[in-house]
Design a protein around this ligand. Structure first.
Ligand SMILES: Nc1ncnc2c1ncn2[C@@H]1O[C@H](COP(=O)(O)OP(=O)(O)OP(=O)(O)O)[C@@H](O)[C@H]1O
Ligand SMILES: [Mg+2]
Length: 264
């Protein structure tokens, strides 16, 4: 199971939309995918129709609930895609993890995911716009990071901090972690887009070749709780998420076969 954290400290850049649509596209390539919602806002869980405080969630997994408990993973209605939901219970889980120093704080998700590693080809970790214990656990569990970046004036805010955090995690906790790339979202040909590419290159951040174009269909599909490929099969962003799944799969298989990755 290849684990990909989708992270950016900036909110509203398309992390959750990417988690949902990348999962849907990978599934059409006959990959089985587990999506983990680490954001207390629960947007990805709501997208898949799961926000049920009577059921277990990622918060309980972080607090030690046995993940082998199949009841935790929810069916999404998309063949091949399962969800480990997240919601406001993550607030308490974050607090409890910080207070409990009897167990390692940063490896809880990694250790839990080992129980289901055989069941999935991919695990997509949808992170909050924050560096809380959920995000730290995601970076310590992940093999890869995708950093969605929107094309507005403040696109690179928090980029130094997230790169710094990724490097710290690589150095101290998870040497396997690799930046798959930053990925432009809500792309339009504006001066900001050109500027974002220039600034990210200057910072040495690798860029994914795929760019997700701006289209109102993304919000409409989200409101309809449908992946883009189902809601708007012919729209630009549908093509882009399909291309993203191809690029992700290509990068991961190159590493699996060659034991190396260099997209910088
Ligand atoms: N390619 C796109 N074109 C148009 N709108 C988009 C696109 N991608 C995302 N959006 C819109 O941007 C908003 C934020 O998207 P999303 O919720 O995925 O961001 P996020 O990074 O997960 O936010 P948060 O940090 O709050 O979790 C949503 O309203 C979504 O519909
Ligand atoms: Mg989100």
């Amino acid at each position: 199971m290849d684990k990909i954290a989708i992270i950016n400290l900036k909110g509203g850049v398309g992390k959750s939309v990417t988690a949902c649509n990348l999962a849907a596209e990978l599934a059409t390539k006959s990959k089985s995918v587990l999506v983990v919602d680490l954001d207390k806002q629960g947007n990805t869980s709501k997208f898949f129709g799961w926000l049920d405080y009577d059921r277990l969630s990622v918060a309980e997994v972080l607090l030690g609930e046995r993940f082998a408990n199949a009841a935790i993973v929810e069916d999404t209605g998309l063949p091949g895609v399962h969800l480990l939901p997240g919601d406001m219970r993550l607030l308490r889980a974050n607090r409890m993890i910080l207070m409990d120093t009897t167990e390692p704080q940063q490896y809880r998700l990694r250790d839990a995911l080992e129980h289901v590693a055989e069941n999935y080809d991919y695990c997509l970790l949808d992170c909050p716009p924050d560096l809380d214990m959920g995000s730290i656990n995601a970076l310590c569990a992940a093999d890869w990071v995708i950093i969605p970046v929107d094309c507005d004036e403040w696109a690179c805010d928090g980029m130094d901090e997230i790169i710094d955090q990724i490097e710290r995690v690589q150095m101290y906790y998870n040497p396997r972690l690799k930046i798959m790339g930053a990925m432009m979202t809500k792309y339009r040909r504006t001066k900001y887009a050109v500027d974002v590419i220039r600034r990210l290159s200057a910072q040495g951040v690798p860029m994914l070749r795929t760019v997700i174009r701006y289209t109102v269909k993304v919000s409409e599909a989200k409101s309809a709780h449908k992946p883009l490929r189902e809601f708007a099969p012919k729209c630009t962003a549908t093509d882009d998420y399909k291309a993203l799944a191809g690029e992700v799969d290509e990068i991961v298989s190159n590493v699996d076969t060659e034991g190396g990755h260099n997209n910088g």
